[in-house]
Design a protein around this ligand. Structure first.
Ligand code: NG6
Ligand code: CA
Length: 508
């Protein structure tokens, strides 16, 4: 009896010690397992075939390739849309852009598109304790539709989840051509206020249309309004002389901002949305990149962007942060060569195929519109591989919520964290993709494009838009270039795809 009691006491004692060791270990584990930093690098109009890791032999992109070869390179990675605003809306909100009828390419003075009560990727990460920042292209609207550029802009990235912002309002080819930091135009002289207008010019102000002699880059279509830094833009602008950006310095300025953000927040988990402007028009490489490629400005700015990415990676390495930083590299939509300026990009393209093996390009319903480079890199955590899983930027919200212990509120974003981490190859079964208010279905190996009126080819940009009077059905596994419309040969498959499409489009 006495022995038994002793044994019991002993056992209890041992159990207590074990529990103490375990709990100590688990505290250590939680302490040691800091949430990773997250950087999303979102390029502007970079095509599926534009970088070495995706098959380009004509542009050297060693830094993008380093991410691709050291991480997961997705071959079926998608933006939600083949143009910028809707694509960025999908990425940041996890909501399909076609649900929001205002999610179209926005003017530089358009109102904020994201509802400030809406869940967003940066808001979700802020809840998880992240320092959140956007540096680069915004293009999701500012203010309530009547922005007063000379006062702090109260509705913008800082109101939808970014604690810090250093942005261009819309695109490099749209006014206002100024940087905006946390709602304030950078370098604005109060005695030289900025005015912006998308309807009419200000009296006496030169435009690309009337004063071509003032231009250093000729416009081809559109882009013939206010002239800033020798380049005519979309929209009219007056004033703010000192605040105007110098296009050729933009890459360096965004990079420096990105590096400062990393340094300022190196001891707390940070989320950096680095929205680079290359290779969108106007393509204005810094002089040290002119002639880096044989392809003229479009190739040169891709080389410039690649170097900037290399420099950012180096900062992470120098600060010992690379092994605790998940880097996602992608693009907002597919490529376009001539997008409205005569910059020799067409003439000097040579053998380069910005769309790679895909059909179409920016603005298109064909694959090159929205299938983009998509890479997840995390040194020491993600084993390098190529994945054919269908993944979409819209799923980053739910997947990163899983990674950081948060909940995704909306229904469109799905959790594919394991796929993004390379733990398995299960991707989406189906996806609705958008191009200038038209939508298609990708499901399994198939795509179905409903009939749409309109031009088959946009001759200005020389891109097939995907419009047709008949249904189009392609098997991407056998026909990646979408050359053989199987709609008539495969009526059963077509009907199945139509039904699936209708169901998804009509679901709340
Ligand atoms: C188009 C512009 C194009 C580009 C695009 C938006 C013209 C003729 N074309 O309207 O140059 O700015 O809008 O690109 O003005 S995106 O990548 O932001 O979607
Ligand atoms: Ca774009």
């Amino acid at each position: 009896m006495k022995n038994k009691k002793l044994n019991l006491v002993h056992l209890l004692g041992i159990a207590c010690v074990l529990m103490a060791i375990c709990s100590c270990k688990s505290v250590e584990k939680t302490r040691g397992q800091r949430l990773p930093n997250i950087i999303i690098i979102n390029m502007d109009d970079l095509g599926y075939g534009d970088i070495g890791a995706y098959g380009s032999t004509t542009i050297s992109t060693p830094n993008m390739d380093r991410l691709a070869h050291g991480g997961i390179r997705f071959t079926n990675g998608y933006a939600t849309s083949s143009t910028c605003t809707p694509s960025r809306y999908g990425l940041l909100t996890g909501v399909y852009p076609w649900r929001n009828s205002d999610a179209k390419i926005l003017a530089g003075n358009a109102a904020l598109l994201i509802d400030s009560s809406q869940q967003t990727l940066p808001k979700m990460l802020q809840n998880a304790g992240y320092q959140t920042g956007i540096i680069g292209k915004w293009h999701l609207g500012l203010g309530d539709g009547d922005v007063e550029w000379n006062k702090t802009i109260r509705l913008g990235p800082n109101q939808v989840g970014f604690k810090e912002s250093f942005i261009m309002a819309a695109t490099q080819d749209r006014v206002p051509t100024v940087y905006i930091k946390n709602g304030d135009v950078v370098g604005l002289d109060k005695n030289d206020p900025i005015e912006v207008n998308y309807k009419q010019n200000y009296e006496g102000q030169p435009t690309g249309l009337k004063n071509p002699e003032l231009l250093k880059m000729k416009w081809f279509h559109g882009h013939n309004q206010s002239i800033i830094n020798g380049i005519s833009r979309i929209g009219f602008m007056r004033g703010g002389e000192k605040a105007r950006w110098v296009d050729e310095d933009m890459s360096d300025i965004f990079l420096t901002q990105a590096q400062s953000f990393v340094l300022a927040h190196k001891s707390s988990p940070f989320f950096l949305y680095y929205a680079m402007q290359q290779p969108h028009v106007p393509r204005t490489p810094h002089p040290r990149y002119i002639g880096k490629t044989t392809m003229g400005p479009r190739g040169d700015v891709i080389a410039e962007a690649d170097d900037a990415i290399g420099a950012l990676i180096k900062t992470l390495e120098d600060e010992d942060l690379l092994e605790n930083t998940l880097i996602i590299f992608t693009s907002d939509n597919g490529p376009v060569v001539n997008d409205g300026y005569s910059d020799e990009s067409v003439e000097r393209l040579g053998n380069h195929r910005p769309s790679g093996p895909l059909r179409g390009g920016k603005y298109s319903l064909y694959e090159a519109g929205f299938r983009v480079p998509f890479i997840c890199y995390w040194k020491g955590k993600i084993d390098p591989k190529v994945s054919d899983a269908i993944v979409c930027q819209i799923d980053l919200l739910a997947s990163l919520a899983r990674l950081t212990g948060q909940n995704a509120e909306n229904t469109d974003s799905q959790d594919f964290l394991k796929t993004f981490m390379g733990k398995h190859d299960q991707g989406r079964d189906e996806l609705i993709l958008e191009a200038t208010s038209r939508t298609i279905l990708r499901a399994g190996d198939w795509v179905m494009i409903p009939p749409y009126p309109g031009l088959a080819v946009n001759k200005n940009v020389n891109i097939e838009l995907g419009n047709s009077t008949v249904y189009q059905l392609y098997n991407l596994k056998k026909d990646l270039g979408e050359q053989h419309n199987l709609a008539e040969l495969e009526p059963k498959k077509l009907n199945e795809m139509k039904a699936r499409y209708e169901k998804l489009r009509n679901a709340p």
